[in-house]
Design a binder for this molecule. Structure first.
Ligand SMILES: [Cu+2]
Length: 288
């Protein structure tokens, strides 16, 4: 009895420590999820709000249509209504069932267009990351930070290493991209061979990467952590294996990462590792 209690406590402590010691993934898919990932940008907050509003509207419409159907089935069944009406027109009814749906669509269109423009029209941004889709990895160029660039490849199963932060199969990369917390970032998206799509669900981004064309989008987040996205346009046999890993870190860590990456992009992850190592204790304490 006592031994099992001790084991239980030890196991619980171990779980707590390992969970807390790994840097928090914020934008990551979770098992059994029905809704969106946690919104971490103004765009995604609005997408989530719009989605929730739409859910009310379509639920109400479905219920009204269902109620009408049930009423017709019972009220006009053969037994209750042996002599069916021969009417072929009813002007009032036709106007009503045209006007009401049009009105509903107009009501939906207003917030929908507002959101579309909010996504599409870039605000004042702090810097630009240019990303190029390749078969099958992402190339990133920090054009405003010395112009260093690197290819981000998926971490192979055999290389998954959970120190100093947890890595995830088919989501983690060897060279993640890094941005400072709070910055407004412009993302230029293009491709080198076929059409890809740079998607980051927590930021509400899904932007086509088209050869010969430069698309642009933006994000801003105040939530530190690690975010994951995936290529979202079928681009060939390894389409499922070109994920996006993005770290949101304090400004000084970002500056150190930029400096290291300008020397050698492969030393960038060491800066991240040192940061997560140095904050391990405070994260463990915060989790307790
Ligand atoms: Cu793809």
């Amino acid at each position: 009895m006592r031994i099992s209690a001790v084991f239980g406590a030890l196991a619980a402590m171990f779980c707590l420590v390992t969970a807390a010691a790994s840097a928090t993934p914020v934008g990551i898919p979770t098992d059994q999820a029905l809704g969106f990932q946690q919104a971490a940008s103004p765009v995604m907050e609005r997408i989530t709000g719009f989605h929730n509003m739409m859910l009310w509207i379509i639920t109400a419409i479905s219920l009204v249509v269902l109620a009408l159907l049930v009423y017709v089935v019972f009220r006009f069944r053969e037994k209750a209504n042996p002599n069916p009406s021969k009417n072929s027109h009813n002007t009032l009814l036709e106007v009503v069932w045209t006007a009401i749906p049009v009105l509903i669509l107009v009501i939906i269109a207003v917030p929908s267009f507002r959101l579309l423009y909010f996504q599409d029209v870039l605000p004042e941004t702090d810097f630009t990351i240019k990303t190029t889709g390749w078969q099958w990895n992402w190339e990133y160029e920090y054009v405003d930070h010395g112009g260093f660039s690197f290819f981000s490849n998926m971490t192979l199963d055999a290389d998954i290493d959970n120190e100093p932060y947890t890595e995830y199969r088919n989501l983690s990369t060897d060279l993640p991209i890094v941005v400072p917390v709070g910055a407004t970032v412009r993302v230029e998206v293009t491709a080198a061979d076929v059409i890809h799509n740079w998607a980051m669900p927590s930021f509400g981004i899904k932007m086509d990467a088209i050869p010969g064309r430069l698309n642009e989008t933006w994000f801003q987040t105040d939530i530190e952590g690690i975010y994951y996205g995936q290529c979202s346009e079928l681009c060939g046999v390894r389409h499922a294996f070109m994920p996006i890993e993005l770290h949101v870190v304090p400004q000084d860590v970002f500056d150190a990462w930029v400096e290291a990456s300008n020397e050698d992009p492969y030393s960038g992850p060491d800066v991240l590792a040192a940061y997560y190592e140095s904050t391990r204790e405070s994260r463990v304490a915060a989790a307790q």
